[in-house]
Design a protein around this ligand. Sequence first.
Ligand code: UDX
Length: 430
Amino acid sequence: MGATHAVAMAELGHEVIGIEANPDRLRDLQNGVIPFFEPGLDEALQKVIAAGNITFKPDHDLESLEADIHFLCVGTPQLPGSYAANTGYLRDAVKALAPFLREDAVVAGKSTVPVGTAQELTALLAAEAGFAPHLAWNPEFLREGTALEDSLRPDRIVIGVNDARSEELLRQVYKSITDLGTPFLVIDIPTAELVKVAANSFLATKISFINAMAEVAEVAGADAVQLAEAIGYDERIGNKFLRNGIGFGGGCLPKDIRAFMARAEELGVGKAVEFLADIDAVNLRRRDRVVEIAQRELGSLQGKKVVVLGAAFKPNSDDLRDSPSIAIADLLKKAGASVVVHDPISLANVNKQHPHLTTEQSVELAAKDADALVLATEWQEYRNLDPAAIGSLVKHKLLIEGRNALPVEKWQAAGWRVIALGRNLEAVAQ
Ligand code: UDX
């Protein structure tokens, strides 16, 4: 997120210094390479480097004293063995910044945090710097895959402030975006902290809602895709984020709902967001469902070859954090299947982060003699597959459609038995 925000700020014409402590990532960024897959971002980085708007450094130095705004963009991952978010990287960032912070400069947090974190950081920064800092919270809402576009043309900009200086500087920073008519909300800091977790909790709830409907549809002979379309025409409901399938993953939604539950518990209002435990549970059950279907169709999975198409938590990303696709590959393997994972972009990450999983560079190689294919990440490459050609390679033409993204009729016409999550295709399946 930090790299995207840095590039976006430079693209708006600001002079940006990016602090990156990891030496590999730093070298990449200095060479105009984004150290993760994000469409369009490398080109944008190279453009702002060439324009002289951005530099990257491992640490603060005297130049940081010239900065008017310091954005905090570090990660807040789930703490091991707990639901809570790890805010330690933020504390480290604030301590490292303190000696290089001018008294009139503004510190704007962008990381997703438990409500109350900004207050803690303000106290820490005050103790370290020796003056009361201008600290604001400015959540970001970018999605992987469209990160730069989401940064430059956001639905809204939210700033939580409790001093005029912070509001004034943040207004200036985002002026070229707000001039285009983008809503600019100035609110208090705790609300700004909550906005992000509330938004992500709502999105997670929408997805688990339709996945809960899919569970019902599967036993009732109904179709959750048609159901989503039918309820989505109601503008109050809307048709977005109602795609049923193997559920949500990634570095945000799963850990954000868990961190929210943990923080609410600390605040004595655990009951208020207790429902998020169900949202999480519905989401995780969808992964098991894929294994159940495979077992129902193939009997014991012992020695059966199952190909998992897609490893990233969503297309146009190489992010494997909490990826349902990886979780399903693991579950199938545990059930005895011989699992082969394919992904157009993220195989290097799979090999590095999940070396126990077998990967294959092409769908064709992966599909050879397979007993089943599982569509786990809806990459365009998979939508374009020729079901007849792939069908000639496999042992069994069984497709478990985990994302409801493929042209099912085409696959059925090529002789495939297609089981799609939440759908009632069996009547027409061959
Ligand atoms: C999310 C929020 O959308 C973004 O606003 C926030 O800033 C960060 O977290 P991101 O994690 O990039 O963004 O992915 P998103 O597009 O929200 O998808 C999250 C997961 O939900 C993916 O695994 C996706 O496959 C799944 N999903 C999404 C569904 O299963 N069904 C849907 O209808 C939509």
